[in-house]
Design a protein around this ligand. Structure first.
Ligand SMILES: Cc1cc2nc3c(=O)[nH]c(=O)nc-3n(C[C@H](O)[C@H](O)[C@H](O)COP(=O)(O)OP(=O)(O)OC[C@H]3O[C@@H](n4cnc5c(N)ncnc54)[C@H](O)[C@@H]3O)c2cc1C
Length: 382
Protein backbone atom coordinates (compact mmCIF):
# COMPACT_ATOMS: atom_id res chain seq x y z
CA UNK A 1 0.00 0.00 0.00
CA UNK A 2 1.49 3.32 -1.12
CA UNK A 3 0.97 6.54 0.77
CA UNK A 4 -1.00 9.11 -1.20
CA UNK A 5 -1.09 12.85 -1.56
CA UNK A 6 -4.66 13.74 -0.62
CA UNK A 7 -5.98 17.25 -1.19
CA UNK A 8 -8.97 18.01 1.03
CA UNK A 9 -11.14 20.92 -0.04
CA UNK A 10 -12.61 22.38 3.15
CA UNK A 11 -11.02 22.75 6.57
CA UNK A 12 -14.21 22.61 8.65
CA UNK A 13 -14.67 19.91 11.26
CA UNK A 14 -15.25 17.19 8.64
CA UNK A 15 -12.30 17.99 6.33
CA UNK A 16 -10.00 18.47 9.32
CA UNK A 17 -11.05 15.20 11.01
CA UNK A 18 -10.52 13.27 7.75
CA UNK A 19 -7.16 15.01 7.24
CA UNK A 20 -6.02 14.16 10.75
CA UNK A 21 -6.80 10.46 10.32
CA UNK A 22 -5.29 10.25 6.82
CA UNK A 23 -2.10 11.98 7.92
CA UNK A 24 -1.87 9.67 10.96
CA UNK A 25 -1.87 6.75 8.48
CA UNK A 26 1.13 8.26 6.70
CA UNK A 27 -0.54 10.06 3.80
CA UNK A 28 0.52 13.54 2.69
CA UNK A 29 -2.51 15.75 3.43
CA UNK A 30 -3.10 19.21 2.02
CA UNK A 31 -6.16 21.08 3.30
CA UNK A 32 -7.29 23.99 1.16
CA UNK A 33 -9.85 26.41 2.60
CA UNK A 34 -11.19 29.65 1.26
CA UNK A 35 -12.06 30.92 4.78
CA UNK A 36 -12.70 32.89 6.87
CA UNK A 37 -13.62 30.39 9.60
CA UNK A 38 -16.62 32.51 10.65
CA UNK A 39 -18.28 31.70 7.32
CA UNK A 40 -18.02 27.92 7.80
CA UNK A 41 -20.91 25.97 9.24
CA UNK A 42 -18.64 24.60 11.98
CA UNK A 43 -18.37 28.14 13.37
CA UNK A 44 -22.15 28.33 13.90
CA UNK A 45 -22.87 24.89 15.26
CA UNK A 46 -24.64 24.15 18.52
CA UNK A 47 -22.28 21.12 18.51
CA UNK A 48 -24.59 18.73 20.35
CA UNK A 49 -22.97 15.29 20.07
CA UNK A 50 -25.97 13.00 20.00
CA UNK A 51 -27.87 10.08 18.56
CA UNK A 52 -31.11 10.54 20.48
CA UNK A 53 -32.62 12.85 17.84
CA UNK A 54 -31.67 10.55 14.94
CA UNK A 55 -33.91 8.17 13.02
CA UNK A 56 -34.32 5.66 11.44
CA UNK A 57 -32.37 3.07 13.38
CA UNK A 58 -29.56 2.74 10.78
CA UNK A 59 -28.76 6.46 10.91
CA UNK A 60 -29.25 6.48 14.69
CA UNK A 61 -26.66 3.65 14.93
CA UNK A 62 -24.18 5.52 12.75
CA UNK A 63 -24.49 8.60 14.98
CA UNK A 64 -24.37 6.46 18.11
CA UNK A 65 -21.12 4.81 17.00
CA UNK A 66 -19.69 8.29 16.50
CA UNK A 67 -20.89 9.52 19.91
CA UNK A 68 -19.10 6.52 21.43
CA UNK A 69 -15.92 7.29 19.45
CA UNK A 70 -15.64 10.90 20.62
CA UNK A 71 -13.62 10.18 23.80
CA UNK A 72 -11.00 8.22 21.83
CA UNK A 73 -10.89 10.84 19.09
CA UNK A 74 -10.45 13.67 21.63
CA UNK A 75 -7.69 11.69 23.34
CA UNK A 76 -5.90 11.16 20.02
CA UNK A 77 -5.92 14.93 19.51
CA UNK A 78 -4.05 15.26 22.79
CA UNK A 79 -5.33 18.70 23.76
CA UNK A 80 -8.41 20.38 25.28
CA UNK A 81 -11.18 20.31 22.66
CA UNK A 82 -14.01 21.15 25.04
CA UNK A 83 -15.51 17.67 24.93
CA UNK A 84 -18.21 17.44 27.59
CA UNK A 85 -20.10 14.15 27.65
CA UNK A 86 -22.00 14.86 30.86
CA UNK A 87 -25.31 14.04 29.22
CA UNK A 88 -28.43 15.70 27.86
CA UNK A 89 -31.24 16.79 30.18
CA UNK A 90 -34.58 17.53 28.51
CA UNK A 91 -37.96 18.29 29.97
CA UNK A 92 -41.46 19.25 28.80
CA UNK A 93 -44.11 21.63 30.17
CA UNK A 94 -47.25 20.39 28.35
CA UNK A 95 -49.16 17.12 28.21
CA UNK A 96 -48.76 17.00 24.41
CA UNK A 97 -44.99 17.47 24.77
CA UNK A 98 -44.88 14.79 27.46
CA UNK A 99 -46.70 12.28 25.23
CA UNK A 100 -44.34 12.86 22.30
CA UNK A 101 -41.26 12.71 24.53
CA UNK A 102 -42.46 9.52 26.23
CA UNK A 103 -42.98 7.84 22.83
CA UNK A 104 -39.47 8.83 21.75
CA UNK A 105 -37.93 7.54 24.98
CA UNK A 106 -39.74 4.21 24.45
CA UNK A 107 -38.35 3.98 20.91
CA UNK A 108 -34.82 4.76 22.10
CA UNK A 109 -35.10 2.24 24.90
CA UNK A 110 -36.29 -0.40 22.40
CA UNK A 111 -33.01 0.32 20.54
CA UNK A 112 -31.14 -0.19 23.84
CA UNK A 113 -30.08 3.45 23.89
CA UNK A 114 -29.17 4.74 27.34
CA UNK A 115 -32.02 7.08 28.22
CA UNK A 116 -33.97 7.30 31.45
CA UNK A 117 -37.12 9.04 32.61
CA UNK A 118 -36.33 11.41 35.49
CA UNK A 119 -38.11 13.73 37.93
CA UNK A 120 -37.37 17.29 38.99
CA UNK A 121 -35.25 16.18 41.96
CA UNK A 122 -32.96 14.24 39.63
CA UNK A 123 -32.47 17.26 37.38
CA UNK A 124 -31.92 19.59 40.33
CA UNK A 125 -29.27 17.21 41.67
CA UNK A 126 -27.42 17.30 38.33
CA UNK A 127 -27.82 21.03 37.71
CA UNK A 128 -28.76 22.81 40.96
CA UNK A 129 -28.94 26.22 39.25
CA UNK A 130 -31.98 25.29 37.11
CA UNK A 131 -35.32 26.77 38.04
CA UNK A 132 -37.72 24.24 36.47
CA UNK A 133 -41.29 25.36 35.80
CA UNK A 134 -44.34 23.16 35.26
CA UNK A 135 -42.47 19.99 34.31
CA UNK A 136 -44.71 17.30 32.80
CA UNK A 137 -41.96 14.87 31.72
CA UNK A 138 -38.19 14.70 32.09
CA UNK A 139 -35.45 12.58 30.55
CA UNK A 140 -31.70 12.17 30.93
CA UNK A 141 -29.36 10.79 28.28
CA UNK A 142 -26.05 10.15 30.04
CA UNK A 143 -23.70 9.45 27.09
CA UNK A 144 -24.25 12.64 25.06
CA UNK A 145 -22.85 16.13 25.26
CA UNK A 146 -21.04 18.75 23.25
CA UNK A 147 -17.65 19.82 21.95
CA UNK A 148 -16.00 22.97 20.60
CA UNK A 149 -15.60 22.69 16.80
CA UNK A 150 -12.92 25.41 16.53
CA UNK A 151 -10.74 23.65 19.10
CA UNK A 152 -11.21 20.32 17.29
CA UNK A 153 -10.29 21.88 13.94
CA UNK A 154 -7.20 23.59 15.36
CA UNK A 155 -6.08 20.37 17.06
CA UNK A 156 -6.57 18.30 13.87
CA UNK A 157 -4.72 20.83 11.75
CA UNK A 158 -1.86 21.03 14.24
CA UNK A 159 -1.48 17.23 14.01
CA UNK A 160 -1.73 17.29 10.21
CA UNK A 161 1.19 19.73 10.08
CA UNK A 162 3.09 17.65 12.64
CA UNK A 163 2.57 14.65 10.34
CA UNK A 164 4.12 16.53 7.40
CA UNK A 165 0.91 17.93 5.90
CA UNK A 166 -0.03 21.44 4.87
CA UNK A 167 -2.93 23.81 5.57
CA UNK A 168 -3.53 26.43 2.89
CA UNK A 169 -5.96 29.11 4.07
CA UNK A 170 -7.57 32.03 2.21
CA UNK A 171 -7.40 29.90 -0.93
CA UNK A 172 -10.52 29.09 -2.97
CA UNK A 173 -10.66 26.02 -5.19
CA UNK A 174 -12.08 27.08 -8.53
CA UNK A 175 -11.57 24.02 -10.74
CA UNK A 176 -9.97 20.64 -11.31
CA UNK A 177 -7.14 19.44 -13.52
CA UNK A 178 -8.61 16.39 -15.22
CA UNK A 179 -7.11 13.44 -17.01
CA UNK A 180 -10.01 12.46 -19.24
CA UNK A 181 -8.31 9.23 -20.37
CA UNK A 182 -8.03 7.72 -16.91
CA UNK A 183 -11.05 9.64 -15.54
CA UNK A 184 -8.93 10.89 -12.68
CA UNK A 185 -8.23 14.28 -11.16
CA UNK A 186 -4.54 15.12 -11.19
CA UNK A 187 -4.78 18.43 -9.34
CA UNK A 188 -7.07 21.09 -7.93
CA UNK A 189 -6.98 24.57 -9.39
CA UNK A 190 -7.04 27.25 -6.72
CA UNK A 191 -6.67 30.99 -6.36
CA UNK A 192 -2.98 30.42 -5.53
CA UNK A 193 -2.22 27.89 -8.28
CA UNK A 194 -2.66 24.20 -9.07
CA UNK A 195 -2.05 21.65 -6.33
CA UNK A 196 -1.25 18.11 -7.48
CA UNK A 197 -2.98 15.17 -5.85
CA UNK A 198 -3.51 11.41 -6.02
CA UNK A 199 -6.93 11.74 -4.38
CA UNK A 200 -9.22 14.68 -3.73
CA UNK A 201 -11.78 14.88 -0.93
CA UNK A 202 -14.57 17.43 -1.35
CA UNK A 203 -15.53 18.34 2.23
CA UNK A 204 -16.56 21.89 1.43
CA UNK A 205 -19.81 22.02 3.41
CA UNK A 206 -22.38 24.16 1.60
CA UNK A 207 -19.75 24.77 -1.14
CA UNK A 208 -19.75 21.06 -2.04
CA UNK A 209 -22.60 21.21 -4.56
CA UNK A 210 -20.90 23.94 -6.60
CA UNK A 211 -17.57 22.09 -6.67
CA UNK A 212 -19.25 18.78 -7.55
CA UNK A 213 -21.10 20.52 -10.40
CA UNK A 214 -17.73 21.34 -11.99
CA UNK A 215 -17.19 17.58 -12.35
CA UNK A 216 -20.78 16.89 -13.35
CA UNK A 217 -21.35 15.10 -10.04
CA UNK A 218 -24.87 15.64 -8.70
CA UNK A 219 -24.96 16.40 -4.94
CA UNK A 220 -28.22 18.27 -4.24
CA UNK A 221 -28.13 20.34 -1.04
CA UNK A 222 -31.03 22.20 0.58
CA UNK A 223 -30.70 25.68 1.98
CA UNK A 224 -30.94 25.31 5.76
CA UNK A 225 -30.24 28.49 7.75
CA UNK A 226 -29.89 28.37 11.54
CA UNK A 227 -29.11 30.89 14.25
CA UNK A 228 -27.25 30.54 17.54
CA UNK A 229 -26.35 33.23 20.05
CA UNK A 230 -23.81 33.55 22.87
CA UNK A 231 -23.21 35.18 26.23
CA UNK A 232 -20.02 36.60 27.59
CA UNK A 233 -18.07 34.20 29.90
CA UNK A 234 -19.91 33.39 33.14
CA UNK A 235 -19.03 31.31 36.21
CA UNK A 236 -19.25 27.57 35.50
CA UNK A 237 -22.66 26.23 36.52
CA UNK A 238 -23.95 23.95 33.73
CA UNK A 239 -23.27 20.25 33.82
CA UNK A 240 -24.13 19.21 30.25
CA UNK A 241 -26.64 20.01 27.50
CA UNK A 242 -30.00 21.40 28.62
CA UNK A 243 -33.07 21.30 26.38
CA UNK A 244 -35.99 23.13 27.90
CA UNK A 245 -39.45 23.82 26.53
CA UNK A 246 -40.14 27.37 25.41
CA UNK A 247 -42.49 29.36 27.62
CA UNK A 248 -45.49 29.64 25.40
CA UNK A 249 -47.81 32.12 27.11
CA UNK A 250 -47.12 35.04 24.77
CA UNK A 251 -44.33 36.49 26.93
CA UNK A 252 -41.73 35.50 24.33
CA UNK A 253 -43.08 36.19 20.83
CA UNK A 254 -42.92 33.57 18.09
CA UNK A 255 -42.95 30.49 20.31
CA UNK A 256 -45.52 27.72 20.03
CA UNK A 257 -45.97 24.35 21.73
CA UNK A 258 -43.14 22.81 19.66
CA UNK A 259 -40.57 25.51 20.47
CA UNK A 260 -37.63 24.75 22.72
CA UNK A 261 -34.66 26.68 24.11
CA UNK A 262 -31.34 24.86 24.35
CA UNK A 263 -28.21 25.88 26.17
CA UNK A 264 -24.66 24.67 26.82
CA UNK A 265 -21.58 26.18 28.45
CA UNK A 266 -18.12 26.21 26.92
CA UNK A 267 -14.75 25.81 28.59
CA UNK A 268 -14.29 29.62 28.79
CA UNK A 269 -17.64 29.93 30.64
CA UNK A 270 -19.62 31.47 27.75
CA UNK A 271 -23.05 30.02 27.11
CA UNK A 272 -24.34 29.13 23.67
CA UNK A 273 -28.09 29.43 23.19
CA UNK A 274 -30.45 28.34 20.45
CA UNK A 275 -34.18 28.45 19.83
CA UNK A 276 -35.11 25.04 18.44
CA UNK A 277 -38.06 22.93 17.36
CA UNK A 278 -38.91 19.70 19.14
CA UNK A 279 -39.38 16.49 17.19
CA UNK A 280 -37.09 14.05 15.49
CA UNK A 281 -34.90 15.33 12.68
CA UNK A 282 -36.35 18.84 12.97
CA UNK A 283 -33.87 21.56 12.11
CA UNK A 284 -35.20 24.94 13.00
CA UNK A 285 -34.76 27.10 9.94
CA UNK A 286 -34.28 30.67 11.05
CA UNK A 287 -32.89 33.88 9.57
CA UNK A 288 -33.31 36.34 12.40
CA UNK A 289 -29.78 36.98 13.66
CA UNK A 290 -30.59 40.38 15.17
CA UNK A 291 -29.27 41.55 18.54
CA UNK A 292 -32.90 41.91 19.64
CA UNK A 293 -33.56 38.22 18.96
CA UNK A 294 -30.41 37.19 20.89
CA UNK A 295 -31.45 39.37 23.84
CA UNK A 296 -34.96 37.92 23.81
CA UNK A 297 -33.53 34.38 23.82
CA UNK A 298 -31.29 35.22 26.78
CA UNK A 299 -34.21 36.81 28.64
CA UNK A 300 -36.21 33.65 28.01
CA UNK A 301 -33.42 31.50 29.41
CA UNK A 302 -33.21 33.59 32.59
CA UNK A 303 -36.61 32.08 33.48
CA UNK A 304 -34.81 28.77 33.93
CA UNK A 305 -31.31 30.03 34.73
CA UNK A 306 -31.55 33.09 37.00
CA UNK A 307 -27.74 33.32 37.07
CA UNK A 308 -27.91 34.60 33.46
CA UNK A 309 -29.61 37.85 34.48
CA UNK A 310 -26.29 39.71 34.48
CA UNK A 311 -25.00 38.09 31.25
CA UNK A 312 -24.70 39.96 27.96
CA UNK A 313 -26.24 38.49 24.80
CA UNK A 314 -24.02 38.32 21.73
CA UNK A 315 -25.73 37.80 18.37
CA UNK A 316 -24.08 35.74 15.64
CA UNK A 317 -24.80 35.88 11.89
CA UNK A 318 -26.93 33.14 10.31
CA UNK A 319 -25.13 29.84 9.67
CA UNK A 320 -25.99 27.44 6.84
CA UNK A 321 -26.13 23.70 7.38
CA UNK A 322 -24.72 21.48 4.59
CA UNK A 323 -28.04 19.69 4.24
CA UNK A 324 -28.21 16.90 1.60
CA UNK A 325 -31.59 16.75 -0.15
CA UNK A 326 -32.61 13.57 1.71
CA UNK A 327 -31.01 14.85 4.97
CA UNK A 328 -28.58 11.93 5.25
CA UNK A 329 -24.76 12.03 4.91
CA UNK A 330 -23.11 11.76 1.51
CA UNK A 331 -19.93 9.72 1.79
CA UNK A 332 -17.96 7.91 -0.88
CA UNK A 333 -16.13 8.01 -4.19
CA UNK A 334 -17.86 9.36 -7.25
CA UNK A 335 -18.59 6.61 -9.75
CA UNK A 336 -17.17 8.40 -12.78
CA UNK A 337 -14.18 10.25 -11.28
CA UNK A 338 -12.44 7.38 -9.53
CA UNK A 339 -10.32 9.47 -7.15
CA UNK A 340 -12.89 12.06 -6.05
CA UNK A 341 -14.33 11.37 -2.60
CA UNK A 342 -17.37 13.36 -1.42
CA UNK A 343 -18.03 14.00 2.29
CA UNK A 344 -20.91 16.30 3.16
CA UNK A 345 -23.51 16.13 5.90
CA UNK A 346 -25.57 17.78 8.53
CA UNK A 347 -24.75 16.72 12.13
CA UNK A 348 -21.11 16.87 11.12
CA UNK A 349 -20.05 17.64 14.67
CA UNK A 350 -21.65 14.47 16.00
CA UNK A 351 -20.30 12.48 13.06
CA UNK A 352 -16.76 13.90 12.79
CA UNK A 353 -15.23 11.30 15.13
CA UNK A 354 -16.55 8.40 13.05
CA UNK A 355 -16.46 9.94 9.59
CA UNK A 356 -12.81 10.99 9.95
CA UNK A 357 -11.84 7.41 10.73
CA UNK A 358 -14.10 5.68 8.19
CA UNK A 359 -13.25 7.98 5.27
CA UNK A 360 -9.52 7.69 6.02
CA UNK A 361 -9.87 3.88 6.16
CA UNK A 362 -11.67 3.75 2.80
CA UNK A 363 -9.13 6.03 1.11
CA UNK A 364 -5.99 4.62 2.70
CA UNK A 365 -6.78 0.91 2.34
CA UNK A 366 -9.01 1.09 -0.75
CA UNK A 367 -11.80 -0.74 1.02
CA UNK A 368 -15.52 -0.11 1.36
CA UNK A 369 -17.04 0.06 4.83
CA UNK A 370 -20.44 -1.68 4.74
CA UNK A 371 -22.03 0.82 7.18
CA UNK A 372 -21.46 3.58 4.61
CA UNK A 373 -23.11 1.75 1.68
CA UNK A 374 -26.48 3.49 1.99
CA UNK A 375 -24.83 6.92 2.05
CA UNK A 376 -23.01 6.78 -1.30
CA UNK A 377 -23.20 9.80 -3.64
CA UNK A 378 -24.56 7.65 -6.50
CA UNK A 379 -28.00 7.56 -4.83
CA UNK A 380 -28.72 11.02 -6.28
CA UNK A 381 -29.84 11.06 -9.90
CA UNK A 382 -30.50 14.21 -11.91
C1 LIG B 1 -27.36 26.59 13.77
C2 LIG B 1 -26.69 25.25 13.57
C3 LIG B 1 -26.73 24.32 14.59
C4 LIG B 1 -26.12 23.06 14.41
N1 LIG B 1 -26.14 22.20 15.44
C5 LIG B 1 -25.52 21.00 15.31
C6 LIG B 1 -25.49 20.12 16.41
O1 LIG B 1 -26.02 20.43 17.48
N2 LIG B 1 -24.84 18.92 16.25
C7 LIG B 1 -24.24 18.59 15.07
O2 LIG B 1 -23.67 17.49 14.98
N3 LIG B 1 -24.27 19.41 14.00
C8 LIG B 1 -24.89 20.61 14.10
N4 LIG B 1 -24.90 21.47 13.05
C9 LIG B 1 -24.32 21.04 11.77
C10 LIG B 1 -22.81 20.99 11.81
O3 LIG B 1 -22.32 22.18 12.37
C11 LIG B 1 -22.28 20.79 10.39
O4 LIG B 1 -22.77 19.57 9.88
C12 LIG B 1 -20.76 20.76 10.34
O5 LIG B 1 -20.21 21.91 10.95
C13 LIG B 1 -20.31 20.67 8.89
O6 LIG B 1 -18.91 20.68 8.87
P1 LIG B 1 -18.16 20.70 7.47
O7 LIG B 1 -16.71 20.61 7.77
O8 LIG B 1 -18.77 19.68 6.57
O9 LIG B 1 -18.55 22.11 6.83
P2 LIG B 1 -17.97 23.57 7.16
O10 LIG B 1 -17.70 23.74 8.58
O11 LIG B 1 -18.88 24.54 6.49
O12 LIG B 1 -16.57 23.57 6.41
C14 LIG B 1 -16.49 23.60 5.01
C15 LIG B 1 -15.31 24.45 4.63
O13 LIG B 1 -15.16 24.40 3.22
C16 LIG B 1 -14.65 25.64 2.78
N5 LIG B 1 -14.93 25.80 1.34
C17 LIG B 1 -16.15 25.82 0.73
N6 LIG B 1 -16.01 25.97 -0.60
C18 LIG B 1 -14.66 26.03 -0.84
C19 LIG B 1 -13.88 26.20 -2.00
N7 LIG B 1 -14.43 26.34 -3.24
N8 LIG B 1 -12.54 26.26 -1.89
C20 LIG B 1 -11.94 26.13 -0.66
N9 LIG B 1 -12.64 25.98 0.49
C21 LIG B 1 -13.98 25.92 0.40
C22 LIG B 1 -15.34 26.67 3.65
O14 LIG B 1 -14.58 27.88 3.75
C23 LIG B 1 -15.44 25.92 5.00
O15 LIG B 1 -14.42 26.29 5.90
C24 LIG B 1 -25.47 22.75 13.19
C25 LIG B 1 -25.42 23.71 12.18
C26 LIG B 1 -26.01 24.95 12.37
C27 LIG B 1 -25.91 25.99 11.28
Amino acid sequence: MENKTVVIIGGGIIGSAIGFQLSSLGNKVVIVDKGPFQESCSAHSFAWVNASSKSPIGYHSLCRTSVNKWPTFAKQLGTEVGLNLNGTIKWENSEEGADLARQRVETLQSWNYPVQIVDEDFIKAKDPSINIKNMTFGQYIPNEGHVEPKRVIDACQFKIKENGGEIINSCAVTGFQKDAGSQRITGVISSTGTISCDTVVIAAGTGTQQLADLLDIYIPLLESPGVVAWTDPQPKTLHGIIMSPAINDGTYPGNDEQSEVHIRQRVDGSYQMVNERGGIGNHHEQNDDSQEKAENLLLHLTEYFPQLKTATAIAEPVGYRPMPEDKFPVLGYDESWGNVYISVMHSGVTLAALVGEYVATEINYDVQIPELEEYRPARFKK
